[in-house]
Design a binder for this molecule. Sequence first.
Ligand code: ADP
Length: 206
Amino acid sequence: MSAGFFVNEALFPHHHSVLPAQRAAAKAQQPCVLWFTGLSAAGKSTIADLVEQGLHRAGRHTYLLDGDKLRTGLNRDLGFSAAARSENIRRVGEVARLMVDAGLIVLVALISPFRAERDKVRALFAAGQFIEIHVDAPLAVAEARDPKGLYRRARRGELRDFTGIDSPYEAPVAPELRLDTAALDPARAAQQVLDWLSGRPLDGAG
Ligand code: ADP
C-alpha cells in the first residue's frame, strides 16, 4: 500500500506568505506533537485526554488525534495488516504535521507498533517537535484491563493481527518520555508529561 508513491511532475506548490513561525507566534506557543505509543489498553487515550485538559486549562491551543476515532473516518479503508498499519501511521503523521504547521500542540494516541514507521513520522518534524511518549504497560497488565474486551477476542482467535498477541509491538528505544502505567495512575502519568513540557519553552516560536 505504501509502495506506490509517485512524484507528479505537474505539481508546482505555491509559495505561501504566512509562515509556520508566524502562526505559532499568533498562538504564543511552540507547536509540537506528543506522540503516545503503546499497547492497546496501556492508557494512551486516557492519559492524552488528561494532558490535553491540562494544556487547555493553561490556555494552549491543542488537538487530540485518536487512532481509533480516525479509523472511523479518514482511515476507515484501512485494516490491520502490516501494510495497512504502516499507511495508518503515515496518514496520522501527515495530519499531525499539518496541524503542527498550523501552530497547534497535537496529541496523538495511536498504538503505532512499528519503530521504523514512528521514526519516519519523526523525520517529518523539525528537531524537538516530535515528542515520543511510550505509554508502557506490560502485556499482562494491559490484558487484565481489557476495557473493550479486545484481548479476550484476540485470544479466542476472533481478532487477527492484534498487537501483543499475534502482531508485534516494538517498544521505542529512546523515547523522550516513558510512562510506567503499571506504577503510575493516569493523573500522575499526565502530570509527568505536563512537567516535562513545562521544562521546555512553550511560549513564542523559538
Ligand atoms: P489505549 O488508548 O492505550 O488503548 P485507553 O486509555 O483507551 O488505552 O484504556 C486504558 C484503560 O486502562 C482505561 O480504562 C483506564 O481507565 C485504565 N487504566 C487503569 N490504570 C491506568 C493507568 N495507570 N494509566 C492509564 N490507564 C489506566
